[in-house]
Design a protein. Structure first.
Length: 68
């Protein structure tokens, strides 16, 4: 499972979901799904979002093994 910190970075930056979406050429719904963990981004989108916040992709996303 991919965990994300996009929402906390976005809120810290004072951006609305629609504003972040515009900055990375994505739909607002894509940002919503990313923040809710229901969408795995392409590498390009992940890198574009990281660039907006001036962090690494690893700062934004963490892969967590599903517990069985």
């Amino acid at each position: 499972m991919l965990k994300t910190k996009i929402k906390e970075y976005r809120e810290r930056a004072g951006l609305k979901q629609s504003e972040l979406a515009a900055l990375v050429s994505a739909r607002r719904e894509t940002i919503v799904h990313l923040e809710n963990g229901r969408y795995n981004p392409s590498l390009k989108l992940a890198m574009d979002i990281a660039k907006v916040f001036q962090v690494t992709v690893e700062d934004l996303f963490e892969f967590v093994e599903d517990e069985k």
